[in-house]
Design a protein around this ligand. Structure first.
Ligand SMILES: C[S@@+](CC[C@H](N)C(=O)[O-])C[C@H]1O[C@@H](n2cnc3c(N)ncnc32)[C@H](O)[C@@H]1O
Length: 249
């Protein structure tokens, strides 16, 4: 990975993420994944950008044979974690994954719960590259029969599918526009965020040598203001879940 670091939100912005998004049907997706593949067996997992640890704690509590590690570069979120005998916390950036584990450790499950779109660098192309490199690092840490699980916000354009991704990135990552974007309600103003279309995620995943074993679309968002939709060329937006493996299953 290159030397320039991933940008980080300030503590006030990060505190917005002291919540948990994997509920209802999404938690069912995770339960099915675990119960189908590890049915009562020991398994290890890595939660990349696991923040306050609520998701990790839920797995540890429901699957007593599991062992979890969280890596997050935000101390303000990491310190909200409740201690647990089967949980390890790492205060570090995803860019350091290869150095930390040095090929010695493998995980059966690796989670990116809405963290990939926060791996933002100074330009759109560097940002897309770091997302790809994060997937490569995860692939290197995955056990042979393991899975990578990704929850993301999927932004497809009305006609040009990639356009909202560029527009949202440029507007939120600009330092000049930061105060305007903040007033317009963008929590990532001045730092940036990089949502992708479904096709962009699929390309990135395939380029990283991974296979989409399963994809799940959740309910489309209906509460996006029409002016914002037109201005940002936003078509269907929803949460999506990608389940990835190293080989066809
Ligand atoms: C939207 S929050 C999601 C938190 C949690 N995964 C959840 O679903 O509630 C994004 C998380 O990614 C973390 N993050 C952002 N950049 C990171 C990086 N370079 N390395 C590790 N974690 C990062 C943030 O600190 C934050 O905890």
């Amino acid at each position: 990975m290159n030397n320039e670091e991933i940008r980080q939100l300030n503590n006030q912005q990060l505190q917005e993420f002291d919540r948990e998004y994997v509920g209802g049907l999404k938690w069912k997706t995770i339960q099915t994944l675990i119960e189908h593949n590890f049915n009562g067996q020991r398994f290890s997992f890595l939660d990349i950008g696991g923040g306050n640890g609520i998701f990790t704690d839920r797995i540890l509590q429901n699957y007593t044979e599991s062992v979890g590690t969280i890596i997050d570069n935000a101390n303000v979120l990491l310190k909200l974690n409740k201690p647990h005998i089967r949980k390890t916390l790492l205060l570090a950036s995803v860019e350091e994954l290869n150095n930390i584990f040095q090929g010695q450790t493998k995980f059966d499950l690796i989670f990116f719960n809405w963290s990939l779109h926060h791996f933002v660098k100074n330009s759109y192309s560097e940002t897309r590259r770091i997302q790809y490199e994060a997937l490569i690092s995860a692939r290197n840490l995955l056990s042979e029969n393991g899975y990578i699980s990704i929850f993301e916000n999927i932004y497809d354009g009305i006609v040009f599918t990639k356009l909202p991704s560029y527009l949202v990135f440029y507007l939120t990552s600009s330092k000049i526009l930061a105060s305007t974007m903040k007033k317009m309600g963008a929590n990532t103003a001045g730092c940036g965020v990089c949502f992708l279309s479904k096709a962009q995620w699929e390309d990135t995943i395939t380029n990283a040598g991974l296979i989409v074993s399963q994809y799940t679309d959740y309910e489309k968002w209906k509460d996006i203001n029409i002016m914002r939709r037109i201005f940002l060329h936003i078509g269907p937006v929803r949460h999506g879940h990608f389940l990835l493996s190293k080989k066809q299953k």
